[in-house]
Design a binder for this molecule. Structure first.
Ligand SMILES: Cc1cc2nc3c(=O)[nH]c(=O)nc-3n(C[C@H](O)[C@H](O)[C@H](O)COP(=O)(O)OP(=O)(O)OC[C@H]3O[C@@H](n4cnc5c(N)ncnc54)[C@H](O)[C@@H]3O)c2cc1C
Length: 446
């Protein structure tokens, strides 16, 4: 009986466990997690903070019976301290060892905490786990209502969105770059988001960094304010640390498994150590738009990567054709989506087409008559069609001039292409494609 050990009980770990069980009904599957919850939707911690979800069925992305039904041994609250690749065993923080035949590292990311004075004061919280969301909730439940969020990327904006929905909170958002969501959208879309934030009462400080967290004048152990690099002191009761996440790759590094920023994997999601696989936010897989390995820290990539890893761990040969970033959210009453290389260096000379209207924006980037990136804000209903074109790297020459039209949809595609996607009589069967992250994959939604 093959022994499968999975470190991490989230999108990647669950994707792998499901595929292992589907491929090998007899293997022994163990999931180890240092969190104490069954698998939950990490993006939904913002809704928990907002008071829109309680921790229960609505935050779990698999039913309560999941582990029992799939005969998975799930060890929660259990940290893996070391991987011994020669002995094929993981060592837990209490010294116990769990042997494996196949191992998956789906350890995700860890919040980056910039070094500064005041980090240990009561009221300073990162925002990547259910426990963080609970700490925030508790901190704000005692009548405290002034929050400074440091970092305006996806996690910072997710936190601000949760706070806005919670209501009655004075929010200041501080961002080192000159615009919000700088890795997720282009300058114009950032400006649309900033306008929304201001309209909703959020004070946005871009191009500023926090230098110190100061205690309250009447309580030296609790947060009282944040000092910015221009000398401005923003008074607050709680600080959200949302500067970013970094791959939690230390288990691999210490085991001499090849890493760059994340753990390097091949097309089967296997690492440089035989029998050890990696996926999700901790792994660096091939980005099919950039043509290099990159960490793509989004939920669908983790889940799909987990599925490919799981299949290969269980002996089925499956390739991962790569992924590319695809971010979608609807925060601040605004739907926004971006994918691929949406903001290329102008020196590359790729054609860019952009359209604007008062509440909507659409921008496309083309390379060799193939869509390689896009941003949409406001009206995003047809983004699935664009993502399909990008994912398949379809030659768009025959309809390139129409791509940026507001009404461009599936119906705008040439008949043969439409047919290949939809299927049906008279149409060629869709080409067998390996899974990549995308909005079209219905089972991957957190
Ligand atoms: C606030 C927030 C909002 C987000 N919004 C979106 C969104 O809108 N769309 C989207 O696509 N993505 C979003 N993401 C990102 C998405 O949640 C991640 O890409 C996804 O969760 C990655 O899954 P993973 O399985 O790779 O790792 P993770 O979800 O990070 O899980 C890894 C797990 O492994 C555990 N672990 C790590 N090391 C050890 C160890 N040594 N021993 C035991 N256990 C260990 C960790 O505690 C954790 O439970 C968001 C993330 C956050 C934090």
């Amino acid at each position: 009986m093959t022994r499968y050990v999975i470190v991490g009980n989230s999108a990647g770990g669950i994707g792998a466990a499901e595929t292992i069980r589907a491929t090998d009904p007899d293997g022994h599957v163990t999931i180890l997690s240092d969190e104490s919850y069954p698998a939950y939707s990490r993006p939904a911690i913002s809704e928990f903070l907002a008071g829109e979800r309680t921790f229960g069925e609505r935050m779990l992305f698999r039913d309560a019976d999941f582990y029992k039904r799939l005969r998975i041994e799930c060890m929660l609250g259990t940290r893996v301290a070391r991987v011994h690749t020669k002995e094929r065993a993981v060592e837990l923080s209490d010294g116990r060892r769990v042997p494996y035949d196949r191992l998956l590292l789906a350890t995700g990311g860890t919040p980056i905490i910039p070094r500064m004075e005041g980090l240990t004061l009561r009221g300073v919280h990162p925002f990547t786990t259910m426990d963080h969301a609970k700490s925030f909730h508790e901190a704000l439940s005692s009548g405290k209502n002034r929050v400074v969020v440091i970092g305006a990327g996806l996690i910072g904006c997710s936190l601000v969105n949760g706070l806005l929905h919670r209501g009655g909170i004075q929010i200041t958002l501080v961002e080192l770059k000159d615009r919000v969501l700088s890795t997720m959208v282009d300058t114009h879309a950032s400006s649309l988001v900033e306008k929304r934030l201001s309209k909703m009462g959020v004070s946005v400080r871009t191009g500023r960094s926090a230098t110190r967290i100061l205690p309250r004048p009447d309580d030296a152990t609790s947060v009282g304010g944040v000092m910015l690099d221009n000398g401005e002191l923003v008074s607050c009761d709680v600080v959200g640390m949302a500067v970013g996440v970094t791959p939690r790759a230390e288990l691999a590094r210490e085991a001499d498994i090849r890493c760059n920023r994340g753990i390097l994997v091949d097309a089967h999601m296997e690492t440089s150590a035989r029998g050890v696989f990696a996926c999700g936010d901790v792994a660096e897989a091939q980005d099919f738009i950039y043509g290099v390995p990159r960490v793509t820290a989004i939920w669908p990539t983790a889940y799909m990567g987990g599925r490919v890893a799981g299949a290969n761990m269980a002996g089925a040969t499956t390739r991962y054709d790569g992924c590319t970033a695809m971010n979608a959210f609807s925060y601040f009453d605004m739907a926004l989506i971006s994918a691929g290389m949406f903001d290329p260096d102008p020196a590359l000379g790729y054609p860019v087409v952009a359209r604007e209207k008062p509440d909507a924006y659409k921008k496309l980037v083309i390379r060799d008559h193939k869509l390689i990136g896009f941003v949409m804000a406001g009206e995003i209903e047809q983004s699935g069609v664009l993502f399909n074109l990008l994912r398949e790297q379809t030659d768009v020459r025959s309809f390139e001039g129409r791509l940026a039209d507001w009404d461009f949809s599936m119906a705008s595609l040439p008949r043969d292409l439409r047919g290949a996607w939809i299927g049906g009589p008279g149409y060629a069967a869709p080409t067998e494609k390996q899974p990549v992250a995308g909005p079209v994959a219905e089972k991957v939604s957190p």
